[in-house]
Each structure stands twice: as structure tokens, then as C-alpha cells.
Ligand binder design. Structure first.
Ligand SMILES: CC(C)(COP(=O)(O)OP(=O)(O)OC[C@H]1O[C@@H](n2cnc3c(N)ncnc32)[C@H](O)[C@@H]1OP(=O)(O)O)[C@@H](O)C(=O)NCCC(=O)NCCS
Length: 152
């Protein structure tokens, strides 16, 4: 089957485009440049981008320390014009493959209770609700903590 997107580790060169996707996706709640620059340093090849030709369509950012079997999905966003076309799917599958190679047993995340699109997306990849966290976000909105196991 033709590979629709290439997945690469992101670098400082892509910061402007990452911020563009981020702002289009999260508006006032977007992460800023400084935070992304820090994640680029900390997350290494778990800060991934999906490319269609020369266009960066989306990113997925995951944190995993070497001495823990747990990983945390920090953020994922796909350019609004590219959604519903398998970009998130390509990013999630690549992330899951990389985590499996690093002996990850548990993959968790937080998502806004009201973000039903993202919740459906995560459910498709086996994440289930762990608990409701009241007032988790800065705007006091509630979060759902979700997680899935990875095969050992
Ligand atoms: C959530 C998001 C990353 C999904 O990316 P995407 O590229 O549109 O997702 P895909 O097209 O690869 O979809 C993969 C699967 O996820 C599910 N899915 C994705 N978006 C969905 C939606 N809005 N509603 C229901 N299911 C959805 C579907 O099952 C889909 O598979 P299918 O096409 O075979 O039905 C994207 O919508 C996005 O960037 N949203 C805004 C940012 C955001 O909310 N991020 C999460 C913060 S916690």
C-alpha cells in the first residue's frame, strides 16, 4: 500500500510551522515557542511530525524517561485542513511502534472532557478512561485521564 505520510523526528527548523498548527488547533490555549523548544530537547525522537511532501501536516509529542515503563502523550495536533485523512493515525502508529521498542508497558494522556473528537480518536487506539479530573485545565475545565497497555 502507498505510504501517505512520512513520519520524522522534528527539529528547531520546524518550530514556526509547529506553532502555526498549534495555534490553529488550540487558540488561546496553545503552547508557546519556549515550551516546544524545551520539548524538542527533552522528547527526542518521540516528538514526531507527519509530512505530505514538503508540508508538515501535524505533530505528536510523547514523553518517556529511560528508567520508567510509562509514557505520557503530551500533545497531538493536525492542521485543520489535513484532518480526517489519516495524519493522526500515522502519528499514533509510529509512536506506538517506537514505544514498543523501548519496553513501554503503559501509555497515558489527559484530554478535555468536552473534546469528543480527540476522545474518539484515542479510543480507536485502545485508550480507555481511567478517571475524571475536575478543574484540571487553566480555564477550570475538567479532564479525562485515559490510558492503554502495550504488549510486554
Ligand atoms: C484529534 C486529531 C489529532 C485527529 O487527527 P486526524 O488526522 O484528524 O485523525 P485521523 O484522520 O488519522 O483519524 C484516525 C481515527 O481517529 C478517529 N477520529 C479522528 N477524529 C475524529 C473525530 N473528530 N470524531 C470521531 N472520531 C475521530 C477515527 O476513528 C479515525 O479513523 P477512521 O477515519 O478510520 O474512522 C485532530 O482532530 C486534531 O488535531 N484535533 C485538534 C487538536 C486536539 O484536540 N488534540 C488533542 C488534544 S488532547
Amino acid at each position: 500500500m502507498l505510504k501517505r505520510y512520512s513520519i520524522t523526528r522534528l527539529t528547531e527548523r520546524e518550530l514556526d510551522r509547529i506553532l502555526e498548527i498549534e495555534t490553529a488547533s488550540f487558540g488561546k490555549e496553545a503552547y508557546d515557542r519556549k515550551l516546544f523548544a524545551e520539548y524538542l530537547r527533552k522528547c527526542g525522537d518521540l516528538f514526531l511530525g507527519a509530512w505530505k511532501g514538503r508540508k508538515l501536516c501535524g505533530y505528536m509529542l510523547t514523553r518517556k524517561s529511560a528508567d520508567s515503563p510509562r509514557a505520557e502523550l503530551i500533545s497531538v495536533a493536525v492542521d485543520p485542513s489535513c484532518r480526517g485523512q489519516g495524519v493522526g493515525d500515522a502519528l499514533m502508529k509510529s509512536t506506538l511502534r517506537r514505544l514498543a521498542h523501548r519496553r513501554t508497558l503503559r501509555f497515558s494522556l489527559m484530554v478535555k472532557l468536552t473534546n469528543t473528537g480527540a476522545r474518539r480518536f484515542y479510543e480507536k487506539y485502545g485508550f480507555t478512561k481511567v478517571r475524571l479530573v475536575r478543574g484540571y485545565y487553566e480555564d477550570n475545565q475538567d479532564a479525562i485521564s485515559m490510558a492503554r497497555d502495550l504488549p510486554s
